[in-house]
Every structure is written in C-alpha cells, then in structure tokens.
Design a protein around this ligand. Structure first.
Ligand SMILES: Nc1nc(=O)c2c([nH]1)NC[C@@H]1CN(c3ccc(C(=O)N[C@@H](CCC(=O)O)C(=O)O)cc3)C=[N+]21
Length: 294
C-alpha cells in the first residue's frame, strides 16, 4: 500500500510561507505582489479555476484582479489588454486562462505577455530558458510536481522518470525539469504518448511515473512497477449520480488498483491540482521579487 502524497498539506504549507513573506513586505511599507487573471468567454471549469485563484491570492495577501471578457472579444482587444498590464507596475504576474475561444491564436497571446510577468511559464523565452537550465518561470503544474517530490524527500537522481503525455503545459516542461542537472532532479527521463504501440512496456520501467494523459483511470496496476512513485496529473469529471453535483473527479490513474502497488501516490482531488494553484502564487511572488529587484 502506498503513502499518499498530500498535496493539500504541502500547498497549505507553501501558502503559509508566502503569506509570512508578504506580511513582512507590508510591515516594511512596501507594495505587495499583484496578479491579474484574464478570462475570455464562459467556460464553467475556467470560471471555477479563476475564482479559486483569486481566493488563494486574497488568503495570502497578493493583490488580485480578474478581467472577465466576453466570448466574442477580438484577438486585438485581448492583446491590447495584455499590453496594458505589461506596463502596469501594480501587477507582477499576468495569467491568461486557457483554453481560449477558437478565433484567438493562443501562441500570439502567450507571446504578447512580457516574459518577466509570465507566471505560467508559457512564453517561448521562458520555455527556452527552462530547456537550457537558465533562470525562468517553471510552469505551475510541473513546478508543483517537483515540489511534492522534494518535500517528501523522494530520491530523483538517477531514477527513471516516465512521463505519459507531451503537452506544452505539463508533459514537455515536467520532462525538462526532471532532466535538469544543476539544482534539478537529475533523473533519466522517458516521454511517451498515444503513438506508443505498447505503452505499458514503457510505464512498467518507471521508478517515478507521471500520468498527464487526460483520460480517466487510464493507468492500471498492470502498467506500474511494484514500489513505483505515481504522480497523477489528470482532472477528469465523470458522471456520478450519487453526488450532489452529479459528477466526480478522477485522475488518469486507476487509484484503487494502483494504490496497492505503488510506494507513493498523489490523490485526485487533493494532489497535483492544489499544488498547481500554490505554485502560481509562488511564481507571482518570484515575479514581484525580480521586478522589484529584491
Ligand atoms: N493559463 C492557464 N494556467 C493554468 O495553470 C491552467 C489553465 N490556464 N487552464 C486550465 C488548467 C487546469 N488547472 C488547474 C488548476 C487547479 C486545479 C485544482 O485545484 N484541482 C483540485 C480540484 C478542483 C475541483 O474540484 O475542480 C484538486 O485537484 O484537488 C485543477 C486544475 C490550471 N490550468
């Protein structure tokens, strides 16, 4: 049976640390970090995420603002709003909630955010710096995964990490972070994806398995090595009429099965998702420190 990696506990520790740092800033009469979240359209899941982000900010003393724009906002209007915040000294972090409506080019949007305020770490300059091991913003979900491993003292150096999924927000950046030598995890990394003819051939080799596929309960016990560390990035809503909301959240890992075989496992909810939120706060604090020069 596995040890449950408690994302809720670690996220709350990180928030407490940041809260204390911000309290100090305030007591010295300094301005506080600021985060603006930009939401286009009314995707219900995105609304929930954005409102929980501002709640988190409020809790620890980060100034936050939500810009809610209608679905039919033009790309130019959005880009102009981003440019406004690029030049606004009260906001040190800018987050544009993804996905965007189809008529807006996500890459153009991301490239318009000034890299020094790109707290998602999605700008090509930050992505490039991550790959070559230079100062950057780590994307929040990968950053959260690395932080969980660190706080549970899980050995990563020389371990075989297998990432399933190759997205720009999770798979690719987490693979790069785990690969990093200097101040990094120093792991051996395999990235696999849906084109693999026999995925379990790869996943069974993992000392640390990171599942970021986006398919409910996809990783079965038969695909996992005895004693592996299993990190579940999936957030899938599946119908469940016994709950009040009519749905239930499950990960990309078949938790009940894999729990018996793994040495450590992250739960869903209560694992990586909460860490993602906490690391956004840390990135905002780091953006503030870099901009303010302290
Ligand atoms: N620009 C941008 N940056 C993002 O970081 C970003 C994004 N767009 N678009 C959507 C995804 C998804 N994401 C999550 C954040 C928190 C939870 C989270 O708090 N999960 C809770 C449960 C939440 C629930 O009950 O729905 C948990 O796992 O315990 C999940 C998913 C950030 N994303």
């Amino acid at each position: 049976m596995a040890v449950i990696l408690d994302g809720k506990k670690i996220a709350s520790d990180i928030k407490a640390e940041l809260k204390e740092s911000i309290r100090k800033l305030k007591s010295e009469g300094k301005t506080v970090p600021g985060l603006v979240a930009i939401l286009v359209g009314d995707n219900p899941a995105s609304k929930v995420y954005v409102s929980s982000k501002s709640k988190d900010c409020e809790e620890i003393g980060i100034k936050s603002k939500v810009e809610s724009l209608p679905e039919d906002t033009t790309e130019d209007e959005l880009l102009n709003l981003i440019r406004k915040y690029n030049n606004d000294p009260e906001y040190h972090g800018i987050l544009v909630q993804l996905p965007l409506p189809g008529h807006i080019d996500e890459n153009r949007v991301i490239e318009t955010i000034v890299p020094s305020k790109d707290v998602d770490g999605f700008h090509p300059q930050n992505v490039g710096n991550l790959v070559i091991g230079k100062d950057t913003f780590y994307p929040c979900t990968p950053y959260g995964i690395v932080e969980i491993l660190k706080r549970y003292d899980i050995e990563t150096s020389g371990k075989h990490v297998v990432v399933v999924g190759r997205s720009n927000i999770v798979g690719k950046p987490v693979a790069n972070m785990m690969l990093q030598k200097k101040e990094g995890a120093n792991s051996i990394v395999t990235v696999c994806h849906s084109a693999a003819k026999d995925l379990s051939r790869f996943t069974k080799e993992a000392d640390i398995l990171i599942a970021a596929i986006g398919r409910p309960k996809f990783i079965k016990a038969s695909m996992v090595k005895e004693g592996a560390v299993v990190i579940d990035v999936g957030i899938n809503r599946i119908e469940d009429k016994t709950t009040k909301s009519g749905y239930r959240l499950v990960g990309d890992v078949d938790y009940e099965e894999v729990f018996e075989k793994a040495s450590y496992i992250t739960p869903v909810p209560g694992g990586v998702g909460l860490m993602t939120r906490a690391m956004l706060l840390r990135n905002t604090f780091e953006a503030y420190q870099k901009i303010m020069g302290n």
